[in-house]
Design a protein around this ligand. Structure first.
Ligand SMILES: CC(C)(COP(=O)(O)OP(=O)(O)OC[C@H]1O[C@@H](n2cnc3c(N)ncnc32)[C@H](O)[C@@H]1OP(=O)(O)O)[C@@H](O)C(=O)NCCC(=O)NCCS
Length: 335
């Protein structure tokens, strides 16, 4: 019988990311739509974002990020029992992008499936991996959160095309080893607000037709102000709930990694929590909003830049279409 002392605790043992080489700057956008660098920087904090080429499919980006995470975790692909791929921009409606990664990596021992939680995808996937590991169903899970949103952007719509970029994040979640304990995961959703940011057509409800293409319904449509308002509220509530679940306060957090949707949202959140600027990890100026991968890319960069002592804590928090939101406390562990 397993005693409480032997309880398996899920932890991240390696992280990875992949960013396409091609950079789309604010100056580039000025040539495409009626906008300017000053407006974009002051309203969003974004200076440039990465755009994947035709060959850099979502499955390719996810595979490359996964290779880095596997190497960091010192695991072979044969050790992986499950591949979990969080995305809103799968290569195909089906098969899953997780299966394409399984093929690319030759991870023949792994089950594979996609999950969809929009920009909260990385945290939802961490929560799912944690549950699988702690139930004893799997030993090593490859989590990937990756999006190629440039395929769903109307580059004549200045209210959305400035915001998004492409990129992938990955991590290995296991039941033992040094890394970052997934101390908790506080998830939430509100489907009654599903209309404020969505891609209206292309699903089974409204399949592709000449009319949907002409009406540009395969692109992201967003009520920016509404989304902004809910983002601030939900990320604050999810963060508070996360701290409560772990039994700590904001002063116990070494780094805050928020979803990189808008610098004003990030700064507002940090202010409400009285977390100093130096503790807030920001990548938005370089990559824009990369959807599911945004927290994961930032986490990978943070882990490679800073040496975090044992017991230090990172708070991840994200928000996205659905609506969905989630927050998770990660704690540095050496065993
Ligand atoms: C999109 C966002 C940056 C817009 O900023 P805002 O301050 O709310 O701006 P508004 O949408 O009210 O637009 C203000 C004006 O700027 C204009 N504008 C919009 N986009 C512009 C652009 N790229 N360049 C210049 N002007 C622009 C609008 O047309 C409007 O002009 P008007 O006053 O003449 O009508 C902001 O609402 C936001 O970040 N929302 C959240 C988006 C988000 O997080 N999405 C992802 C969730 S995961």
């Amino acid at each position: 019988m397993t005693t409480a002392a032997e309880k398996v605790q899920a932890r991240i043992t390696g992280t990875g990311s992949y960013l396409p080489e091609k950079i789309l700057t604010n100056a580039d956008l000025e040539k495409i739509v009626d906008t300017n660098d000053e407006w974009i920087v002051s309203r969003t904090g974004m200076k440039e974002r990465r755009i994947a080429s035709d060959d850099e499919t979502n499955s390719y980006m996810g595979t490359e990020a996964a290779k880095v995470a596997l190497k960091e975790a010192s695991l072979s692909v044969d050790d992986i029992d499950l591949i979990l791929f969080a995305t809103v921009t799968p290569d195909y409606m089906f098969p899953s992008t997780a299966c394409l990664v399984q093929k690319n990596l030759k991870a023949t021992n792994a089950a594979a499936f996609d999950m969809q939680a929009t920009c909260s995808g990385y945290i939802y996937a961490l929560a799912t991996a944690k549950a699988y590991i702690e139930s004893g169903l799997y030993r090593n899970i490859l989590v990937i959160a990756s999006d190629k949103l440039s395929s769903f952007i109307d580059y004549s719509d200045r209210s959305t095309c400035i915001l998004f970029g492409d990129g992938a994040a990955s991590c290995v979640v296991s039941g033992s080893g040094k890394g970052l304990l997934i101390s908790n995961a506080a998830l939430g959703a509100d489907g009654s607000l599903s209309d404020i940011i969505k891609v209206p057509a292309g699903g089974s409800r409204k399949p592709a037709s000449i009319e949907t293409v002409e009406a540009k319904e395969h692109y992201i449509k967003m009520e920016g102000r509404e989304v902004y308002k809910h983002a601030v509220r939900r990320m604050e509530a999810a963060s508070l709930e996360s701290l409560r679940q772990v039994g700590i306060t904001e002063s116990d957090i070494s780094y805050l990694i928020p979803h990189q949707a808008n610098l004003r949202i990030i700064e507002g959140l940090a202010k409400r929590f009285q977390i100093g600027k130096e503790k807030v990890y920001v990548t938005i100026h370089k990559y824009g909003n990369t959807s599911a991968s945004s927290c994961g890319i930032a986490l990978h960069e943070l882990m490679n830049e800073k040496k975090l002592d044992l017991g230090k804590r990172i708070l991840l928090v994200a928000f996205g279409s659905g609506l969905t939101w989630g927050a998770s406390v990660l704690t540095v562990t050496d065993k």
